[in-house]
Design a protein around this ligand. Sequence first.
Ligand code: UDP
Length: 462
Amino acid sequence: MENPRANVAVQRRRRKGRGVVLFPLPLQGHINPMLQLANLLYSKGFSITILHTHFNSPISSNHSNFTFHSIPDGLSESEASTDDILAFLTLLNVNCVSPFRDCLAKLLSDSPQEDQPIACIITDAVWHFTQAVADTFNLPRIVLRTSNVSSFLVFAGLSLLREQGYLPIQESRLEEAVPNLPPLKVKDIAVIDTRNPEDFYGLISSMVKEIKGSSGLIWNSVEELEQSEMIKLGQDFPIPLFTIGPFHSYFPASSSSLLTQDQSCLSWLNTRAPKSVLYVSFGSLAKFNETEFKEIAWGLANSNQHFLWVIRPGLARGSEWLETLPDGFLEMVGERGHIVKWAPQQEVLAHPATGGFWTHNGWNSTLESICEGVPMICSPCFGDQKVNARYVSHVWKIGVHLENRMERVEIDKGIKKLFVETEGEEMRQRIMHLKEKVDLSLRQGGSSHQALESLINYISSF
Ligand code: UDP
């Protein structure tokens, strides 16, 4: 039931034309939550301007209520298609400084002085340079961190871990516990491979430092999932914190999808028995070499489980699409398997036929799975995914962790554990319990609901 007083507040904000400028990082897992947040703020009466790079620009026609401004990112074709995400993000943080500042200056000068309609900017945490720009204009900057608190604590502690000799990670120490961050092991430390490791440390330390100087930090997470981590965070980051997730519960990610979601898989799922299908997707960035990709295929073939597999073009490194599959794979699995280039993931996870999710544990995927009560098989690839996978398997105990290299026998065992064994059933019960907690957090008086109210009041106070 809508609260009439809240409605009046929304109308008042809309009349006053209070605006928020948002600047998403141009990667699918970052664009989705930023645009969901934009929708959320719009529904609360704020006018929305989205600044975005030319690269991976959002589809503006899907968001007719927002104003879009594109800024040049200076990326060459090879820079835009590199596999070195870290080098790419480092370069963007340099290339975008002037265009971002110029665009913001224009937006501010176009608006009447006496009635400043831009309340604040909200930028992705990785856009660390935006804090200095915001400061020059005396504009508050609120940060959106699109992953969770647990993995951020690892980033925040990275320089200490480096000083203590844990980084670069040594093979002989992989199974050691990370001090002060239970239950993480050294192999879970959220590193990202790049040709110049100093870029990685530089980017993370700038991100952390500029968050500390910001006006607040928004999380697409839920307090009940990360209570002790939130307390730790609050001690080190004495800025306003708003844990208001899961965003996709308010607005689905379909409208911000950069690839076309193949709806055919939903009719295929309609023909399957309840909880019988393993959904397999490794997100928008992960890539596997030929050996790993073939092991994934053999694991699926040998498991005898029904599966829906998202094979993005290039998922097998260097391939166009399916040519790296083992010979005879498609004939062997027949109707038991369905392959698409990109799926309507939230609808797939919500479908009654879906019984498990084999995932890379990107935070959006992990949260979407929790919200639909679908237990996971975890194959993290890099960065925060490793932390998320450890939390899924060892803290929340809602998934099977494939800890070692991709290997068909291990994969088959993992699938059986999830679908056939008692352990899998227990995970299913635990994730349903967690889903209920998340649902409650969104209701009136729930933690995310309250935090959203505080965020709205906070932005309105600028
Ligand atoms: N996604 C999708 N279709 C797919 C695979 C993924 O719409 O076939 C969406 C998914 O719902 C999620 C996002 O893409 O919102 C992926 O974000 P995540 O953080 O899980 O991983 P990333 O792509 O950043 O590695």
